[in-house]
Design a protein around this ligand. Structure first.
Ligand code: HAM
Length: 422
């Protein structure tokens, strides 16, 4: 086949008919689950001010330092949003959502953008669904957020995953732990990877996340943050674990779980799946009690998660979980001649308004190729309209499965459709 003149950008993909239906069925399950948990949908623009993302996600993170799609227009600096939490927190502040009273339980779905190296399960435009609870410091909120995330996967039929859990503490606990971690790492530093050496001063906890071979045995012996949490953080972590046990949600503690975004405090979690390959995180999240204040709002404790929709679909494929298929059409109108085409054009509306899907030929093709097309579209019935039919007002109504035909006027056709399809 000839090479197309234009193609999508690297790491950005078209979602075609046949695939879209799978997305729609996943989106429906997410919406239904959100409704049952009483989360409300929020939609924010796909562009945000660069400064919001830099301050929210963290200047030194990979996302901000090297993966942003950023551009300028006049004096304005924008980025395509790399994630949804900072935008939701911005909207929460901008629209004074705290004044609506109680905790705000919000969910979202949509495209996110990160200029990462594309591979299976990692794209430059990808889609997340996520949820945030703003205005609660209580570990109940952490447990509900995790329960919501897991509930979506269970409703879809995915059960093969592990919830990894950690507490990354608050600034006070972290400050203490960082010094202890640096003291431990310092003598090993020259043997460690370049990237870990770079992170030693700026963000030593990210070293624990290193995938480099030479770092592994050093990391495995490192002191863990959960041993250095202050009383408040330790108590919170304990309660989250105990609620998860009450909910029968199995978790594995992973004291090396540090997230790639800077806003986390206390709870951090990741849902990993063996069906995904190297990009194995289905979803992830945690508590971010300082973010709203950091970007100019009032102190508002919060917790949330986001999950990759492409990865969810990859896992469904791997497990042969069948999601929505391209819908068949109820009725195909086969036409012969201009008058018949006009009849079809002016009668499809009544059929559709009666609640049935209906299509017709748009290329003045032969009746034989229209019948073939009706088969390809999975038509349940066809209506054949030619000169004779128009004269008599009786049309050939064909049951495509049974290969049975009847001669009916239009009202009788609608009645028959109501009897068989409604
Ligand atoms: P994150 O860990 O950066 O967290 O992303 C969450 C999920 O989005 C990942 O686990 C993965 O499934 C998916 N994901 C991330 N990057 C890509 C990519 N390049 N291609 C495909 N999928 C990807 C956040 O975004 C936080 N906002 C989560 C959160 C919400 N924390 C609190 N509230």
């Amino acid at each position: 086949m000839a090479q197309p003149t234009f193609t999508t950008h690297t790491g950005m993909v078209d979602i075609l008919p046949g695939e879209v239906e799978k997305w729609q069925s996943v989106e429906n399950i997410i919406r239904e689950t959100a409704k049952s948990f009483h989360f409300h949908e929020i939609r924010t623009p796909i562009m945000e001010q660069t400064e919001l993302i830099a301050r929210g996600v963290g200047q030194l993170t990979d996302i901000v330092s090297k993966e942003m799609f950023a551009f300028e227009r006049g004096d304005d600096h924008y980025v395509l949003r790399p994630e949804g939490t900072a935008p939701v927190a911005r909207a929460f502040i901008e629209h004074h959502l705290e004044q609506r009273g109680g905790t705000q339980k919000l969910f979202y779905m949509g495209p996110m953008f990160r200029a990462e190296r594309p591979q299976k399960g990692r794209q430059r435009q990808f889609h997340q669904f996520g949820a945030e609870i703003l205005g609660s410091a209580h570990p109940l909120a952490d447990a509900e957020i995790i329960a919501f995330m897991i509930s979506v996967y269970k409703r879809i039929g995915l059960k093969n995953f592990t919830l990894k859990l950690n507490s990354v503490g608050d600034p006070e606990s972290r400050k203490r732990y960082k010094t202890i971690l640096q003291d431990y790492l310092r003598p090993h530093l020259t043997k460690m990877s370049k990237i870990s050496q770079q992170r030693f001063e700026t963000n030593p906890m990210r070293i624990l996340d290193s995938k480099e071979e030479e770092d592994q045995h050093i990391i495995s012996e490192a002191p863990v943050i959960t041993d250095y949490l202050n009383e408040d953080c330790a108590e919170h972590y304990q309660q989250v674990k105990s609620y998860l046990e009450d909910l029968d949600i199995h978790y594995e503690e992973d004291p090396h779980l540090v997230r790639g975004l800077d806003y986390y405090t206390k709870t951090a979690f990741e849902l990993v799946s063996p069906d995904l390959g190297s990009q194995d995180a289905l979803g992830a999240g945690g508590r971010y009690d300082l973010l709203v204040e950091e970007i100019g709002g009032r102190k508002t404790p919060a917790v949330g998660f986001a999950a990759g929709m492409e990865r969810l679909l990859i896992a469904c494929d791997a497990l042969n979980i069948k999601l929505g298929a391209t819908p068949d059409v109820d009725i195909y109108i086969v036409t012969y001649g201009d008058e018949a085409r006009k009849w079809a054009l002016t009668h499809v509306g009544a059929i559709r308004d009666a609640g049935f899907s209906c299509t017709m030929d748009y290329a003045a093709r032969s009746m034989k190729s229209q019948m073939k097309d009706a088969d390809r579209e999975g038509a349940r019935f066809s209506i054949i309209v030619g000169e004779d039919e128009l004269k008599t007002g009786k049309f050939t109504f064909r049951d495509m499965e049974q290969s049975a035909e009847a001669s009916l006027d239009f009202d009788e056709i609608l009645e028959r459709l109501n009897d068989t399809l409604a």
